[in-house]
Write a protein that binds this ligand. Sequence first.
Ligand code: ADP
Ligand code: ASP
Ligand code: MG
Length: 400
Amino acid sequence: MSLIVQKFGGTSVANAERVFNVARIVTDTYKKGNDVVVVVSAQGDTTDDLIDKANEINPNASRREMDMLLASGEQISIALLAMAIQKLGFPVVSLLGWQAGFKTNSTYSAARIKRVETDRLKAELDKHNIVVVAGFQGVNQYGDMTTLGRGGSDTSAVAIAAAMKADKCQIYTDVDGVYTADPRKVPTATKLDAISYDEMLELATLGAQVLNNRSVEMAKKYSVELEVLSSLTNVPGTIVKEATRMEKMLISGVAKDTNVARISVIGVPDEPGTAFKLFSRLSAKDINVDIILQSVGRDGTKDITFTVAAGYLKDALAILNDTFDSAQVIYDEDVAKVSIVGAGMETHAGVASKMFEALYSAQINIQMIATSEIKVSVLIAREDADRAVRAIHNAFFPEN
Ligand code: ADP
Ligand code: ASP
Ligand code: MG
């Protein structure tokens, strides 16, 4: 007998018919003699709708109250799924994050899981119940509800799989695997049979929302092999696992991130300590900086340009305007980051230039460039982003 963790995203439980579809997948797994823990997200656009409701009342509500509100979406879906499983005639119990033992820190709206206390989960499995757990949520040391950040249910599932040493962790979604680009944007994208943790982590961090990046980080840390597959078609998905067991792909995928803003500080002193002063003030406020570009000094001054997540733009501008008296601060919100990821880049020259050639052929201007061993990212105008993804994808994965 195996322990299987199955996670279903919002689209997979969007309405009654879909909830029954999930109930059938879960009970088929249970019928084969497996223990099953199911993690579910809020139905359809519920989380977005709750955010809209909050904004109608108070756009500056505290993150604690936001978490109290957003956690309710998953409470609805676990109860509905449990009711569907009951109707099919199987023993089941639904649990909120705190009941399932999810202990987190107190960073509301982006809480980190400290541990999963598995006593209750184990007790319910011992009673032969199918256990349905609310994803995306936990409880902090003060007994208050927290949420893990958007897309956090993937992390809930991996955390249970790691804590319970599950035999399988299946992430069911609305596409049948991880593709070489978002299949909804790039029709020629192809499905990968397998991808390494490192490449998947880069893709997820660089905008491929099919898996939450923290879930991949955790899967790697605890060696939890993941399968990403569709709840709507019965075909094998993509396996996310350690790289040693697979062939290195030159490029495994192209990703796009529009949650980004560019800031330039023009005319800062060209002297030791300038970058430190700037970036230490940002990090003191937990503002993460991504791509950084500094110009060569001229006449005693230089310019520093960098990107932040769009949601932090306002805070970053406020800090910068207080930091340098004579510098000018300009920003652009209409940008996007497009990246290629592939472990094979390490050993092959010319990968970056092939990407730049594709952008040139599409007449798309590059504003900034960043590279690492397994990725190349460019910052471009947001209106060009989808075209850029297609052009780059076509260069690396030509049709037929
Ligand atoms: P869920 O609600 O199941 O968590 P998400 O909407 O979070 O689903 O993630 C699935 C979506 O991720 C897909 O519908 C697809 O549009 C998008 N996506 C982006 N990049 C990729 C990729 N490289 N491969 C597959 N899907 C991707
Ligand atoms: N319901 C949450 C969200 O929409 C969590 C998730 O779907 O993983 O972000
Ligand atoms: Mg998701």
